[in-house]
Design a protein around this ligand. Structure first.
Ligand code: NDP
Length: 298
């Protein structure tokens, strides 16, 4: 059988970033509106520092107003909630993203709940989750949005296809399943208690792996010709004992890519797939939020 088509995240993300930039230019010219994104980072987590820098740079490159609040590790819950309240009230800000995970002494739930749902560009408030589950216009989490753009780019219409999502988290699995349902797929959500997971996965025309389990999905879990979206980002030690001994790690997905590519019709690589879409989708959500706040159609 022929090797699967590789769904390369880079050109799709670049195209989306260019579309966002064009829309920002239009909003400025026609409505005098500059979409604004505020990113809040608490503490020194190295991976979060990289993500936050990228979000700041890409929003500026798209012509948006962009502010990054870097707060010290020992920031209190009250101080963080006060900053969220300030950003909720700031008319120049249309999107608020609090970078997760927060340091252990902070309680994530109340912080997310404090974000104005109209500015919740990470789509994490229960209001946005509820709107999405009701099939109403919502701000949708960025990674699921990215998965859908990649699927549409690959397959066109998704109507009537059997979709299996492995994972049921609020951030990834559940919203992806809701978006697939909205796209008229027949959707199964699998999780750690699912019986005979390989057999469930084999039913899928679209298989989304979002379990956080390195290379769990094997070739014989995949229906021939299926489209496989690998959301997983897992750091594992190198097999090479010298590199492993030096503490070096590499990133792999939830799918055993090499063997899966021999069976699937199309597949996203890790790295280089879904992960590249997330920031572009954040910018898209910020533009959507700005338009909704100002009552601009389209
Ligand atoms: P969570 O740990 O919050 O959720 C994992 C889900 O997978 C749970 O629903 C869990 O089931 C299920 N699961 C775990 N183990 C198994 C198993 N052996 N068989 C079947 N289901 C299982 O993770 P997230 O949803 O936040 O993230 C999932 C993956 O996606 C991670 O690798 C993460 O790094 C990555 N990620 C990638 C992003 C990107 O930009 N590409 C963005 C966000 C996340 P149960 O509910 O029963 O416990």
């Amino acid at each position: 059988m022929a090797e699967a088509r590789i769904i390369d995240g880079r050109p799709i993300a670049e195209q989306l970033q260019a579309q966002v930039a064009a829309e920002v230019a239009q909003l400025k010219a026609e409505h005098g509106l500059t979409p604004g994104l505020a990113v809040v980072l608490v503490g020194e987590d190295p991976a979060s520092q990289i993500y936050v820098r990228s979000k700041g740079e890409k929003s500026l490159a798209a012509g948006m107003h962009s502010v990054t609040h870097r707060l010290p590790e020992q920031t209190t819950q009250e101080a963080l909630l006060a900053l969220v309240a300030e950003l909720n009230a700031d008319p120049a800000i249309h999107g608020i993203l609090v970078q997760l995970p927060l340091p252990k002494h902070l309680d994530q739930g109340p912080v997310i709940a404090a974000i104005d749902p109209a500015k919740d560009v990470d789509g994490l408030t229960t209001i946005n989750a509820g709107l999405l589950a009701s099939g109403l216009p919502a701000l949708t989490p960025c990674t699921p949005l990215g998965c859908m753009i990649m699927l549409r780019e690959t397959l066109g219409s998704l109507s009537g296809l059997r979709a299996v999502v492995v994972g049921r988290s609020v951030l990834v699995g559940r919203p992806i399943a809701q978006l697939l349902l909205q796209a008229d797929c027949t959707v199964t959500i699998a999780h750690s208690r699912t019986k005979d997971l390989p057999a469930v996965c084999r039913e899928a025309d679209i298989l989304v792996a979002a379990a956080g389990q390195p290379q769990m999905v094997k070739a014989d879990w995949i229906k021939a010709g299926a489209t496989v979206i690998d959301v997983g980002i897992n750091r594992v030690p190198f097999r090479d004992p010298v590199k492993a001994a030096a503490g070096k790690t590499k990133v792999v997905g939830d799918v055993d890519y090499k063997s899966a590519a021999k069976v699937a019709g199309a597949i996203t690589p890790v790295p280089g797939g879904v992960g590249l879409m997330t920031v572009a989708c954040l910018l898209k959500n910020t533009v959507t939020a700005a338009k909704r706040i100002h009552g601009i159609e389209g």
